[in-house]
Design a protein around this ligand. Structure first.
Ligand SMILES: Nc1ncnc2c1ncn2[C@@H]1O[C@H](COP(=O)(O)OP(=O)(O)O)[C@@H](O)[C@H]1O
Ligand SMILES: [Mg+2]
Length: 143
């Protein structure tokens, strides 16, 4: 879908969901999506779209209080919200195990868990979302 850096705008939540769906369709085993951006910028909507693109049927919403939701799509899918995590707690999530199982990871507030991901990974897409007000969202993709 893209290489290097791409910037686009989504006009509404549906646009963000559709973008996520495209990312999910193209995801492979061990794909990692780092979802950056302030509260309310659409990270969870994007994670939902990724789930749809992976063929996940039932969406369970934001894992803010559970920290992590695991799904079975065409690949295992792990949606993580690290907002409340300390780096120490993040180490206990065992992200490496999720990857070794061929999983796809989508992580909100990824700075909290980066140390737990170990060595730099190949298939990382960093997504940065920004609120443009009436105009929707600016979304920057970096791979
Ligand atoms: N492009 C967009 N334009 C306007 N609103 C959007 C857009 N994308 C997502 N939203 C809305 O932003 C709000 C916050 O989304 P959410 O995914 O919960 O944010 P976050 O997980 O980053 O806190 C939701 O009401 C969602 O519908
Ligand atoms: Mg969220």
């Amino acid at each position: 879908m893209f290489n290097g850096e791409t910037v686009l705008e989504t006009k509404n939540a549906d646009g963000t969901l559709t973008l996520g769906r495209q990312l999910g369709r193209e995801a492979g085993p061990q794909s990692i999506f780092l979802l950056e951006g302030d509260l309310g910028t659409g990270k969870t909507v994007l994670a939902h779209g990724i789930a749809q693109g992976l063929g996940v049927r039932t969406w369970r919403g934001s894992p803010t209080f559970n920290l992590i939701h695991e799904y079975e799509g065409r690949l295992p899918y792990f949606h993580i919200d690290a907002y409340r995590l300390t780096p120490g707690e993040a180490m206990e999530l065992d992200l490496i195990d999720m990857l070794e199982r061929g999983g796809v990871l989508a992580v909100e507030w990824p700075d909290r868990v980066l140390p737990a991901l170990g060595h730099p990974r190949e298939s990382v897409v960093t997504v940065h979302l920004e609120d443009l007000g009436e105009a929707g969202r600016r979304i920057e993709l970096r791979r």
